[in-house]
Design a protein around this ligand. Structure first.
Ligand code: CP
Ligand code: NVA
Length: 309
């Protein structure tokens, strides 16, 4: 069974294949109507079931359209409408029903352990649509976007400025697998996962953690960031915002990067917090191309999962 749980669980050759397939499918569609399937309809008759414990705009839309363009169909469920979500049914029983009704599942959840548990129980593949710990679909698609604009990512210098969160964790895995340099600038109390960092270190020495955003931005090919407050963040959020006040990506910071550097943000964004309007709406920002590529990359991911069955 080919589950798409985390980048670190998939070989770099296979990740590269997913990106190449996504690019090819993107190229071949040209001006087709949005819901018209690709010519080969590789997933005709197949059903993708999507379950969301958290809100989503891009992930939900892109997976829905991706499956339809591959010739399949989708059903979307919010967890509060499931017996599982309100505590009335076990994961075991839910997984059994999911397995018999669908061909592939996508789950956006709080606890990463819920995703893993489903992956152990389902008899169909499952895709990580974001957990508190990681967001691999986002980062794979971001690698595709970076390369469309700036060519091969290998050896390039990426700066992450902001929270050490789920997106950062997947970015660290990508930095090891796709072999690019990653400097993370975050406050001392908001570091990314130590476990992922240690895993990355075993592959290469691409990741540096600093606490001054200038040190990360300097001479970089790309500056990336994300919201200061993620879905499901607990604790004193006022205090958290305060800790990030010097971690805003503004024009002054962007000027420290290479002249032709790009700005990336997975979205949704909060202008005036992690990024200034000038930067996100400016010439170096590629956030809308990033959002669109979610669709193309989801197609590569879904196909990879189902081809291995
Ligand atoms: N970037 C991303 O995953 O967006 P959504 O939360 O809108 O799905
Ligand atoms: N870190 C953010 C990503 C949103 C796509 C969150 O988890 O809310």
């Amino acid at each position: 069974m080919k589950h798409f749980l985390d980048l670190s669980l998939i070989s770099k050759q296979e990740l590269r294949q997913i990106i190449e397939n996504s690019k090819a499918r993107k190229k071949n569609r040209s001006s087709k109507g949005k819901v018209l399937p690709d010519k080969d309809k590789p997933l005709e008759g197949k059903l993708l079931l999507m379950v969301f414990e958290k809100p989503s705009t891009r992930t939900r839309l892109s997976f829905d359209l991706a499956m339809r363009q591959l010739g399949g169909e989708t059903i979307v469920m919010n967890s509060e409408n499931l017996h599982l979500g309100i505590g009335g049914e076990t994961i075991e029983d839910t997984a059994r029903v999911f397995s018999s009704f669908s061909d592939i599942v996508m789950l956006r959840t709080f606890e990463h352990s819920t995703l893993v548990k489903f992956s152990e129980l389902l008899t169909v593949p499952i895709i990580n649509g974001l957990t508190n710990d990681s967001h691999p679909c986002q980062i794979l698609s971001d690698v595709m976007t970076f390369e469309e604009i700036k060519g091969p990512i290998v050896g390039k210098k990426i700066a992450w400025i902001g929270d050490g969160n789920n997106v950062t964790n997947s970015l660290m895995e990508a930095s090891a697998l796709f072999d690019f340099k990653l400097t993370i600038a975050c406050p001392k109390n908001f570091l990314p996962s130590k476990k992922v960092l240690n895993w990355s270190k075993k592959i290469n020495n691409n990741i540096t953690i600093v606490h001054d955003p200038k040190d990360a931005a300097e001479n970089s090919d790309c500056i990336m960031t994300d919201k200061w407050i993620s879905m499901g963040d607990k604790g004193d959020l006022k205090k958290k915002r305060k800790a990030f006040k010097d971690f805003k990506v503004n024009s002054k910071l962007l000027k420290l990067a290479k002249k032709d550097a790009i700005f990336m943000h997975d979205l949704p964004a909060k202008r005036g917090e992690e990024v200034s309007a000038e930067v996100i709406d400016g010439k170096q920002s590629v956030v809308w191309q990033q959002a669109e590529n979610r669709l193309h990359c989801q197609k590569g991911i879904i196909e990879w999962c189902l081809k291995g069955k």
